[in-house]
Design a protein around this ligand. Structure first.
Ligand SMILES: C[S@@+](CC[C@H](N)C(=O)[O-])C[C@H]1O[C@@H](n2cnc3c(N)ncnc32)[C@H](O)[C@@H]1O
Length: 212
């Protein structure tokens, strides 16, 4: 089986003797750089882990992206380095300050201080038919958030979702949590691939899906 190709604008570069994913842009979280390239740390990024593990994200580069749970911009800054317009939703004010800083050198990165459970609050800003929704909210009701934001996706768009089992229920077996999330997601999405991200993020599932 051939590995899915990386999106244009994401390359493997040598940093301190090891080959790592990288994008081209201003550093954001103290990551090592090699000229214009900065390392993308899969231990700090679920999407980075999905790419590192060879999941077929469908990303080609240049996409319009809605990113839910942007926090201080670690991952979404890499996304904005290779994607097109990137709308970054985060509801906590503290990390959003760092997110605004990451956006200063990225004209295509649009931070939105909103609640991803209330898509109507940013529907007037986010353009219709985005190519990709990336979601990493690590909060209870992760499938519900993905379903509520499906309205933004183009028919052939992709949901790239990270599910944190412990955010749903700390006491349950993660596999049982993931089964429930898969079943709920099926209300609005066709699941194309899922994979445990434990090599990088304990008890997390990476999911690639498209709207039904
Ligand atoms: C695991 S962190 C995200 C890390 C980030 N995706 C990265 O890789 O750089 C989860 C973030 O989702 C945010 N979040 C949780 N629920 C949210 C909601 N309903 N709306 C917007 N942001 C939310 C949290 O405030 C937190 O910053």
């Amino acid at each position: 089986m051939t590995e899915p190709t990386l999106p244009a604008g994401v390359e493997r570069h040598e940093f301190d003797g090891s080959t790592r994913l990288a994008t081209r842009g201003e550093p954001v979280y103290g990551e090592p750089t090699d000229g214009e390239w900065r390392a993308w740390d899969p231990h700090r990024s679920k999407l980075g882990a999905m790419l590192e593990l060879g999941m077929d994200t469908g990303l080609a580069g240049g996409e319009t992206v809605l990113y839910l749970g942007a926090a201080s911009g670690t991952t979404v800054s890499h996304v904005a380095d290779f994607a097109g317009p990137t709308y970054a939703v985060e509801f906590a004010a503290r990390p959003a300050r760092d997110l605004l800083e990451a956006a200063e050198s990225r004209p295509w990165l649009f931070p939105l201080l909103e609640d991803a459970r209330k898509p109507e609050t940013y529907a007037h800003v986010v353009e219709a038919d985005v190519d990709v929704v990336v979601q990493d909210v690590a909060t209870r009701g992760q499938a519900r958030v993905a379903l509520e934001n499906a309205r933004f996706l183009a028919d052939d768009g992709r949901l790239l979702l990270a599910v944190k089992a412990r955010s749903e229920d700390v006491t349950r077996d993660p596999e049982a949590v993931f089964d429930d999330v898969r079943a709920e997601l099926a209300d609005g999405y066709e699941l194309l691939e899922d994979r445990r991200l434990d090599d990088y993020h304990t008890d997390h599932l990476g999911v690639v899906a498209r709207p039904r």
